[in-house]
Design a binder for this molecule. Sequence first.
Ligand code: ZN
Length: 816
Amino acid sequence: MRPALATLIIALALAARAAHAQNPNLESIANDRYTRSHDFDLVHQHIAVRDFNWDSLSFTGSVSTTLIALRPAMDSVILDAGALLGIKRVASSSGSALRTGRHGDTLVIYLDRPAAFHDTIHFTVDYSGKVENGRGLTFIDERPHTPRQIWSQGEDRDNHYWFPTYDFPNDKMTWEVEATVPAGYMAVSNGALVADTKDATGARTLHWRQDRPSASYLVSLVVAPLAKIHDTWKNVPVDYYTYHADSALAWRLFHVTPDMIDVYSRLTGVPYPWQKYAQTTVADFFGGMENVSATTLVDWLPDAKSYQDRPWYQHILIPHELAHQWFGDFVTTENWANMWLNEGFAEFMPGQYWREKSGNHIAEDYYLDEYRQFMQIDARRRMPLASLGSNNIYPKGALVLEMLRSYLGDERFWAGIHRYLTNHAYGNAVSDDLRQAFLDATGENLDWFWSQWVYAAGYPEFTVTSSYDPATHRLTLAVRQTQRDTLKADSAGMRYVVPETFRMPVTVRIGTAMGADVVRTKWIRQRDDTIVIDNVASPPTMIVFDDGNRILKRLTFDQPSAQLATQLRREENLWNRWWVIQQLGARTTDETAVRALADAATSSDYFLTRAQATSALGAFPAGIVVPTLAKAMRDTSSQVRQAAVESLGRVGGAESLALVRGAWRGDDSYSVRASALTALASLDTAGSRAAIVEGLRTPSYRDAIQNAAIGAAVRTDDTTFVTTMQQMIGDQQLPSYALAAMVVRGSDRALKLLLSDLDDARPYVRQWALTAIVQSLGPARGLAALKSVQQTLTHLDTRAAVDRAVKQLEAAAKQG
Ligand SMILES: [Zn+2]
């Protein structure tokens, strides 16, 4: 699973909170607390679904289940089955009806005679299916750019809301999905397509068979009118399913997939393990979901122009979900407390792919982004990787695995990964199984690494000071770890630990005026440690603590600007460059700092460094930096040009305004134009109205320019924009939020329009208006607004939704 970035942090914070409530005390993962017990082995399910009804959110289901008894005298089978599933009949393999019982989301099937230990049991459940929309299945009605469709989402425990199953990852099965869909529709599911038939009415039945075992949360179904674009890796079908209107965009976006499959197969030593790979795009999805051999993805297909802005979709999303086909689907976490084994690996692997394709810099770029996400998440709540509901399994998982790769070296690292995947092929694993695989493959017991990086929370915060003795040619580094274990036990008594001391080797690189760098690697073993380096012939011109950035850390190391400038000029590693840029960027009256940054902004060999230095220059006086920013505006990289536009917006002045206006008019990149519009509106509040109006009408990938225009319009407090926003209602969701923002800024007319949208003929417009009111107005104002129209709404579905929202807001108001 990979939520889009904006929703990622919110989603993870919520997950952490939700899971936390039921989390018992732990220091490390004691698996008996987290792994669910059951008394059978689920072997195979045949899931047949038909008669989908978008109005009633219903369908007809028939599921045949084969399982093996794991206790003697077994007289009943307990399955997970959503309470809304209306059980019509359960029949044994001989056809006789079996007695059933229902308890909430549980279905009990009483066998006609007790089964012996290891007996095979077979039965079929016929039911009338119904869901709460978005739970297990999501039904979506037709709207502009979006055909009517249905998609499933199982992870982590939602598949039993649409078919009876054992809904926990520690029991793998094979399965078939046979879906009958309306004429003109496609149904995509896991495994190989074994039949595709039409009946007299034109209804189509597609029969998919997943014949290699995986977990029930990975059962998938997408029903929609879809175009299929066929590709291959070796003899394996690699198919892309999109709306017909998007099919021309699919090849360029997805055609990287076979190469990614190739690289992952080579790195892991495990060839792609499934019968096919499908990627299917759907509406209103949160990002991507790695359903085995049939990934589901958002429908945000980039157009040709947006590739220069390196779309997240191709850079992260496609390789992330593909990595799950090995990590998550082939070897699956045994329980949700070890979910980092799924998500950490999936977040780690794209960086490895990009390194194989384009070298170290792009990989360092990728992990630097992970580092910045990790720091944000860790600041909110500090949790270990291996813990239920852990909030940092994505970026910290990626960073810890990259650290391990760097520590072990490629050959030993991938040998350990190969051992892990083959030891647990088509099975489950917990965190310690990974440690054991490295022990098996390399002979090295990584207990120390696991205890500080997997089972404990936090990271080392280093404060380093240096002194050089010219008489003895000795450089001494005092290395102090300052992280504090301030985590408190929660109401359940659970408390995570931050190590007082992280132990690891660290490499120091020292530049001198004479000859080659002095490079030494020493182990740090104490909270207050000292690194002594002899034979440093002359005073250092540069001191790099943690050469190559091999440690996940925060670093405080005060050094003269000249030393930092030398490092920035010579440094290969992107994290280290970024760190130096932060140091120099804070020295806004220092000439050496501005010269070093200007040099990096215009001549660094990698665009990210140029962009970061360009951003840092935005804090310096306009008179000094505008010529450099003007040069950066002509960079071949849109990311650098975007950073330049943003910095010009910060430094201000007539010259900046002219440059920003030029970028708005003439740049080819959506991102640059969006940032230019934002900068323009802040630099020229009176003169930017025409540009904002034009921006509101300018289509761009993921509405980057329109979103910037809406943001600028809201900030102008120009009330005439209220009408413009209302005209855009229905094209996209953001104008509803813009109206809500204008209400907050005091516009009664915006409120009137927003409330009138609750009676719009289009259901999605009503939904968007309600969402904007509930999320943006605040409880008191939102409540008053909704109550004022509650009795007058004409659409029953919206009236019910408003009633529910009013109750929720009232409850929230009571809580304070
Ligand atoms: Zn994922």
